[in-house]
Design a protein around this ligand. Structure first.
Ligand code: BGC
Length: 691
């Protein structure tokens, strides 16, 4: 079959699939039934039919509603046997349908440190996706942020593998209440400009301990699919990387789902099919007649083809009872109930970085006039364009949110393009809020952000407003770390608002006026200068990733950040006391519970993210000063004390022994530090030994 004929057939097959009775909404199929069905389906298929299943067709998905999917791709399934294909919809801050709920960007959601909330976010994404006609969400990006210059920083949850794993697996669980989820990009994808050709090199220990654990967490959470990265890893493109796909993912981790190629990432038919890349997206370039010839010529064993088809069908059958299932209503896209979760997420994502001279919160009884300055105050700024962009139900800008919440306060809005006008307004007001930051022009898919400060004009605006009004509150929108060295000390308050989704303006106003107590914590370290970070090179064909980055590097080199990993202030203040460990000696299969008393010393209710780090005393190998190993959110009324428990399993303290090719727990002393951030002065410590 030639290429043209192949494509023509694929197109008709996609259009022709309608579900047979046995696949229509009913109870979920059990694992044995799924395996039996998969075996039967595969055994009935011709080679051509199997190859059809293994590649996508761009935008072949029939729209279910006039609100229209923004972007969908599917695989054709097998019409003859009544088996539908996947209907892929992208996203990250929401499902990529017009009118859907737009959540804060993933990095902002990372700052909530709230996996339970993230699961609810995922649940809405999955619901809206299914209601809009998709059965596959391609938007769970969990690449570890090695450097804030990565253009897609905002799409991931942070820099720490444990935190990333908790957040990523939560959104997977939520989405998969309704449809398949896909965690991406496997692995080591954190540079965008050179993503199609760069070879990311790292040693095996770095790969296992730093760049893979969060993928394992998503596999353990049952993700249906994993998308490979564009880049190569240690010399082999990820779409044909046998070590990553066959040995680790499908071998050691026993991942039963399927691997989907990032769009256009396959470079070679035989190598990818044999390495275990099961589906070529988003169009058929390599998995077509070339694959047929390769099978016929004995270059790709038939069992690999059968396996690829079986993996895809297995996951589809897991979710098939939801096809056309009752209860999905496209009118609920962007509904009030869904928007409430977007609001909660945006509220909990906001990180109060600095608050001196009681600049915040703004008291409605004391403020008569408030200046709100900056072009971003009145702009829709949801983050990147590219594969995450869609038009949401609505967007509340910062200015709209502030006006809603301001009551009788007079709002003076200036766009800040004219510094004199901005200064004048600020001088007249009781306080000035300056909204500055980045947009998709500064950080986006396909490019990187080489400048880590704000633009000169935004820095000049901050300075001008701060000169005119000492109660100058700076609100920063961005998808990653911003270097604030030139202006940080000139203003009393800094609020990190990220890209905060369609309810972001309301969430910001709630925090500014104290209707909500800020509780977000940084999921990445904010450096004082770029020189404190690992190098970032988005030109070279080869880059080398070492073991240390982010807070681990700051710790190791004893560098002082501008704001530490895990840091965030509250209008309350929390006291940590009486750290206790349940054991002082355990075996390598045991666990320890740490308890700590946290008290709200403030006069308003607040939430605190309690963090637990572990250090390694007497380790025989180089290990971080400390690693994040547990965290939890706790809500406290004024004056309330709660005993917070955090559990540690010995095997979560293992390192990867390259010689033995296995994780191993060292029989040493483990120092447990608990507190409000990674900053060592803020932590209480105790230790136990593993024998
Ligand atoms: C991105 C993926 C995305 C795909 C489809 C690619 O360019 O890297 O993250 O899922 O496009 O939108």
């Amino acid at each position: 079959m030639n290429r043209r004929k192949f494509l023509a057939t694929a197109g008709t097959m996609a259009a022709a699939v309608s579900l047979p009775r046995w696949l229509q909404a009913g109870p979920a199929l059990g694992p044995e039934e799924i395996e039996a069905r998969v075996r039967k389906l595969v055994s009935q298929m011709t080679l051509d039919e199997k190859i059809m299943v293994m590649a996508g067709i761009p935008t072949a998905f029939t729209k279910v509603d006039s609100r229209a999917p923004f972007h969908t791709d599917n695989t054709p399934g097998c019409a003859r046997l009544g088996m539908p294909g996947i209907r892929f919809v992208d996203g990250s801050r929401g499902i990529r349908f017009t009118g859907a709920t737009c959540f804060p960007a993933a990095m902002a959601r990372g700052a909530t440190w709230d996996p339970e909330l993230e699961q609810r976010v995922g649940n809405v994404i999955g619901y809206e996706g299914r209601a809009g006609g998709a059965n596959f969400f391609g938007g769970v990006c969990i690449n570890l942020l090695r450097h804030p210059s990565w253009g897609r920083s905002q799409e991931t949850f942070g820099e720490d593998p444990y935190h990333l794993g908790r957040m990523g697996s939560s959104v997977v669980r939520g989405v998969q209440n309704h449809m398949m989820a896909c965690a991406k990009h496997f692995a080591g994808n954190s540079i965008d400009k050179s993503r199609h050709y760069v070879d990311v090199q790292m040693d095996e220990r770095t790969l296992r301990e730093i760049y893979l654990p969060h993928f394992k967490a998503c596999v353990d959470a049952g993700t249906a699919s994993i998308m490979n990265a564009y880049n190569s890893l240690n010399g082999e493109p990820c779409a044909q990387n046998t070590h990553l796909l066959r040995e680790i993912l499908k071998g050691e981790w026993k991942f039963p789902g399927f691997v989907l190629s990032d769009f256009g990432s396959i470079k070679e038919t035989v190598a990818s099919a044999n390495a275990g890349c099961d589906v070529e997206m988003d169009r058929r370039i390599y998995y077509d007649w070339k694959l047929r010839l390769a099978v016929e010529g004995g270059l790709v064993p038939m069992k690999n083809i059968d396996e690829a088809v079986a993996r895809q069908f297995r996951e589809q059958l897991r979710f098939i009872h939801l096809e056309g299932g009752p209860g999905y209503d496209v009118k609920k896209l962007g509904s009030a109930a869904h928007a409430a979760i977007a609001l909660e997420s945006a509220q909990k994502a906001i990180v109060l970085l600095k608050n001196e001279k009681q600049a915040l919160p703004l008291d409605r009884d004391q403020i008569n006039t408030l200046a709100v300055i900056g072009e971003l105050a009145d702009q829709v700024n949801l983050g990147a364009t590219g594969s995450t962009e869609f038009i949401p139900a609505y967007v509340v800008t910062p200015l709209a949110g502030i006006r809603r919440a301001a009551g009788k306060i007079e709002i003076l809005h200036r766009d800040g393009l004219n510094l004199e006008a901005a200064k004048k307004a600020a001088a007249k007001a009781d306080a000035a809020v300056v909204i500055v930051g980045l947009t998709a022009q500064d950080e986006n898919e396909g490019s990187d952000r080489l400048r880590l400060t704000l633009s000169d004009s935004h820095e000049a605006l901050i300075q001008a407003v701060a000169d005119a009004n000492p109660r100058c509150i700076v609100v920063v929108q961005a998808g990653g770390a911003v270097i604030m060295a030139r202006w940080k000390n000139h203003v009393p308050a800094i609020v990190m608002a990220w890209y905060s989704g369609m309810e972001g303006g309301n969430a910001l106003a709630d925090v500014l006026f104290g209707d909500i107590n800020p509780s977000g914590k940084l999921p990445i370290v904010f450096p004082k200068s770029a020189g404190q970070l690992v190098p970032f090179d988005n030109q070279s064909p080869v880059v080398s990733y070492g073991y240390y980055h982010g807070y681990r590097r700051f710790d190791k080199k004893n560098l002082e950040p501008a704001f530490p990993f895990g840091f965030g202030l509250s209008y309350a203040s929390f006291k940590y006391d009486k750290l206790r460990l349940s054991e002082d000696k355990i075996g390598p299969d045991d666990r320890v519970t740490a308890t700590v008393e946290v008290t709200n010393l403030g006069d308003r209710p607040g939430e605190e993210v309690v963090q637990l780090y572990v250090g390694y005393n007497g380790s025989q190998i180089g290990r971080p000063v400390k690693d994040l190993k547990a965290f939890t959110r706790v809500a406290l009324k004024p004056g309330e004390t709660r005993t917070v428990s955090l559990e540690l399993k010995a095997d979560n303290l293992a390192f990867y022994n390259t010689a033995r090719k296995a994780f191993e727990v060292e029989p040493i002393e483990y120092v447990v530090s608990v507190g409000p951030s990674s900053q060592k002065e803020s932590l209480l410590s105790d230790s136990f030994t593993i024998v």
